[in-house]
Design a protein around this ligand. Structure first.
Ligand SMILES: [Zn+2]
Ligand SMILES: [Zn+2]
Length: 255
């Protein structure tokens, strides 16, 4: 399984990265399958450097803040109006309960059918794995001001755990435990951001990974452009015994 970071800027697109978007790819039955985790501001542009949007097999949306879902409006355009033809199949979109309404409202002016002609909407259900080609995805509810999930993606015997946006919560343990790569929100900075129940700091991300146990690699993500990423890294390094990695846009990692 391969993880390509499309966008890792926290909360809004930055000068060097779009907002949240991760492409997960694996070979299966003679072709490459592609899963997209979140499609935030600016991500659809950068995604096209790595995959034709028509070749995406499914999109999973962690929550409905714009930095995680708003470029689905552009993906809708590519699958509705492309002059060289549009895919015949509807694209599965797995997200929180209001995903279909949220996108309908964001686009403005759609008829009653909304985006259902090109997207097949599924509501995430914790405890019920989603199977897409070689991928099995378990969704865990996490601690954010809106309905929000983290995703545990298993394929080829490897595990990628993505926290989405969250602060500390019990569900991080089953989400992260034994992950080959844990991709964890670290938007907040120790000593600066005192508000709780929105985002992790680097330190709290590392504490969650240590508490979960068996995490092989810790990678910090969702770092806003106004942060010094090295401060986030050092917050995590105070707790994490190994190398603390920082997600880099346009970079592919073997999981
Ligand atoms: Zn976010
Ligand atoms: Zn959020």
């Amino acid at each position: 399984m391969r993880l390509t970071v499309i966008g890792c800027s926290g909360s809004f697109a930055g000068p060097e990265s779009p907002a949240s978007c991760y492409l997960v790819s694996a070979e299966h039955e003679g072709r490459t399958h592609h899963l997209v985790l979140d499609l935030g501001n600016g991500a659809l542009g950068a995604l096209q450097r790595h995959v034709d949007p028509a070749d995406v097999d499914a999109v999973l949306v962690s929550h409905l803040h714009p930095d995680h879902c708003i470029d689905l409006t552009g993906l809708y355009v590519t699958r509705t109006y492309h002059p060289e033809g549009v895919p015949s199949d509807r694209l599965p979109i797995h997200g929180p309960s209001r995903t279909e309404q949220r996108l309908h409202e964001a686009y403005e002016g759609l008829g009653a059918e909304g985006m259902s002609s090109v997207f097949e909407f599924h509501t995430l259900a914790p405890g019920t794995p989603t199977r897409i080609g070689p991928f099995v995805v378990d969704a865990f509810p996490v601690n954010h001001p809106v309905e929000a999930f983290g995703f545990r993606v298993t394929a080829d015997g490897a595990v990628l755990a993505y926290s989405g946006d969250t602060d500390t919560c019990e569900e991080l343990t089953p989400l992260l435990t034994g992950a080959d790569l844990a991709l964890v929100d670290s938007a907040f900075v120790e000593g600066r951001d005192e508000v709780r129940d929105i985002h992790l700091t680097g330190r709290r991300a590392a504490e969650a990974a240590v508490a979960a146990g068996g995490v092989r690699r810790l990678m910090l993500t969702h770092i806003p452009a106004w942060n010094d990423p090295e401060v986030c890294r050092s917050d995590a390094a105070a707790v994490w015994p190994g190398e603390v990695e920082l997600a880099r846009p346009d970079t592919t990692y073997e999981v």
